[in-house]
Design a protein around this ligand. Structure first.
Ligand SMILES: Cc1cc2nc3c(=O)[nH]c(=O)nc-3n(C[C@H](O)[C@H](O)[C@H](O)COP(=O)(O)OP(=O)(O)OC[C@H]3O[C@@H](n4cnc5c(N)ncnc54)[C@H](O)[C@@H]3O)c2cc1C
Length: 581
């Protein structure tokens, strides 16, 4: 087992991870060594597929927008579960980040007068989604990645799958990783770490997220003594292409697209008469599913019910200029020309509002609120809590960039202020070697009678779709939890491929292993929360209950069992009110 020493270890090379690396490199004047680890090629990270844009207040004098309005929209969109001090940080730093990204080369779309273009997204009072056509993630990622190449002290480890976070005496010590390309096991030993491993959409089958968005690291985080916050809040995006689940970005509705049922009616007038198609995602998704349940949806040959996303009235010139990718994907994957036909869409899992429990600055906390020294989390993997029970579209890229920067800067400062890293002691090396043996000896060769990871993943997806979907009920969730517990009893998997090099079969087994714990966290949090709030909707408790449930769920592991505690929501300005759109 090779041991590599770094001042800062960043796990994840999406927008959060890359931004953290550039911020740490700048903040330290290039004086610290930084490793970025990614289980896939860095430039294939899921952030690449972000389409619609990044929210920020850019021209308050010209548009009437303000930081206060951005903060209020976000808090209201979150169904009042967001921490308002964290939201304040988001809105203050987001414009700075848009301009930083511009300086390093992101080609933002422009208005004829040279201003950066902005469009409306759901739940916004004023258009503030800043975009580069409908390929925003691609442009931000390419630009950030080339920026990292300017620094000799940033080393990118592609296709290094992290299997364990090592924490000792409340302090981060490093991670172990399986180097897929060489078939080797490595211990990355470090002073500081940033977890930026993205979301967990693949807990479900019908999802817009990349196949790599599996969330196993959140399961590993639990085993390392970390805590997971608000994981029951899973976002369904209203418009995924039928039958594939490929995202049709909210940009389509932001540019003026309509949602229509089979009677040709713009049905959103019944659910959100003022904002119509641009209500927040939880509301639009439930509206589409209600249309389907009440017989006003279209029926696809795959058996899926859907509604139409109608862009015909926007005209060819606008579509080609502002949302060319949407036209392309509707044509490629559904055989639809958006100029003459509506796109078939229905809700799909898109985002996980919850994540690793942190404070507002991204410092990772244990369930009892202590900082794990030297460790931060950023991006979709973290719960700094700006999204609460429902994220507003385009607030995620801002979050990734803002907290990427903030955690990178803090980690650099911490590294410079702590003494030199000694060599790892015998105890630490034993932990790393123990992990190597778990992965290569036990998982790889021994378990002939264990189930296949694919079979377990299929069952896991079935349970999540059936029992923890957009409409939840106590009795169904109890059934789902019992099934999950049974599935979680499998402590190992049958890995048929026996080679070490590029063993995707082994990698898939490692993913499912972490996903099982994470799915349980979604399940127990949802079952316990006897109210409806944002994306968590319970048929048996259809109302929000601020008296009992205005609080965050924090899950942690104790003796192999998952436990829950609750922490208060930080309210600095806006008391909860009824959400009307
Ligand atoms: C199709 C789509 C479009 C979207 N469009 C928008 C948009 O327009 N605006 C917006 O605000 N939001 C959008 N979102 C959400 C947004 O894209 C994501 O929340 C965001 O990109 C997440 O970035 P991240 O840096 O946190 O993680 P990711 O970009 O998901 O990167 C995760 C990284 O972690 C690494 N990793 C994970 N597990 C391991 C492991 N075990 N070992 C090593 N490495 C690991 C991966 O290799 C990867 O590098 C969209 C989401 C989807 C699904």
């Amino acid at each position: 087992m090779e041991v590599l020493k770094y001042d800062l270890i960043i796990v994840g090379s999406g927008i959060a991870g890359l931004r953290a690396a550039t911020a740490a490199a700048w903040a330290s004047g290039g004086r610290i060594s930084i490793a970025i680890l990614s289980k896939i090629q860095a430039m294939r990270s899921h952030s690449l597929s972000a389409e619609g844009g990044m929210s920020a207040v850019l021209y308050p004098d010209k548009t009437g927008d303000s930081l206060e309005l951005h903060a209020y929209d976000t808090v209201k969109g979150s169904d009042f579960l967001a921490d308002q001090d964290a939201v304040q940080i988001l809105v203050e730093y987001a414009p700075k980040e848009v301009r930083y990204l511009e300086r390093i080369g992101v080609p933002w779309s422009r208005e004829p007068d040279g201003r950066i273009s902005q469009r409306p997204f759901g739940g916004m009072s004023i258009p503030r989604t800043t975009f580069a056509a409908d390929k925003t993630g691609f442009f931000i990622m390419s630009t950030l990645f080339s920026e990292t190449r300017r620094f000799d002290n940033i080393h990118v480890y592609h296709e290094h799958f992290v299997t364990k976070f090592i924490i000792e005496d409340g302090e981060f010590k490093g991670v172990t990783a399986y180097d897929l390309k060489r078939g080797e096991f490595k211990f990355f030993y470090g002073k500081a770490g940033i977890i930026a491993t993205g979301g967990a959409g693949r807990l479900y089958r019908f999802t817009t997220t990349a196949h790599s968005t599996t969330g196993e690291t959140l399961g590993y985080a639990l085993r390392a003594g970390l805590a997971i916050k608000d994981m029951e809040f899973v976002q369904w995006h209203p418009t995924a292409l039928v039958p594939s689940g490929i995202l049709v970005s909210e940009a389509a509705r932001g540019e003026g697209g309509y949602l229509i049922n089979k009677e040709g009616e713009r049905f959103m007038k019944r659910y959100a008469p003022q904002r119509m198609e641009l209500a927040p995602r939880d509301i639009v998704s439930r509206a589409i599913l209600t249309e389907c349940m009440e017989g006003r949806g279209f029926q696809h040959e795959s058996g899926m019910c859907y509604v139409g996303l109608d862009l015909r009235h926007l005209g060819e010139e606008r579509i080609n200029r502002r949302i060319p990718f949407i036209r392309e994907l509707a044509h490629k994957y559904a055989g639809i020309d958006v100029l003459s036909e509506p796109i078939p869409v229905r809700p799909a899992v898109h985002y996980t509002m919850g994540g690793i429990h942190t404070d507002t600055w991204g410092r990772v906390l244990t369930a009892d609120g202590k900082w794990v020294r030297g460790l931060w989390a950023a991006g979709e993997a973290a719960s700094v809590n700006i999204h609460g029970a429902n994220r507003l579209g385009s607030n995620s890229l801002s979050e990734c960039s803002v907290w990427g920067r903030l955690t990178g800067e803090q980690a650099a400062k911490y590294v410079l202020e702590t003494s030199r890293l000694p060599s790892p002691d015998g105890k630490l090396l034993d932990v790393a070697k123990g992990e190597e043996s778990r992965v290569f000896d036990r998982l790889l060769h021994k378990e002939q009678n264990a189930p296949s990871p694919y079979e377990v993943k299929k069952q896991l997806n079935d349970i999540m779709e059936e029992h923890f979907g957009p409409f939840r009920h106590g009795s169904s969730m109890a059934e789902g939890l019992a099934k999950l517990k049974k599935l979680r009893e499998f402590s190992s998997f049958r890995v048929v491929d026996s080679s070490r090099v590029y063993n995707q079969n082994l990698k898939d087994a490692l993913e499912v292993d972490g996903m099982l714990d994470l799915a349980m966290v979604v399940g127990i949090g949802a079952y316990a929360r006897s109210e409806s709030r944002g994306a968590h909707y319970r048929l048996d408790y259809p109302k929000r209950d601020d008296v009992n449930w205005l609080k965050h769920t924090v899950a942690y592991m104790y003796g192999g069992e998952l436990k829950l505690v609750y922490t208060p929501v930080t309210i600095t300005k806006w008391q909860p009110e009824e959400r009307r759109y």
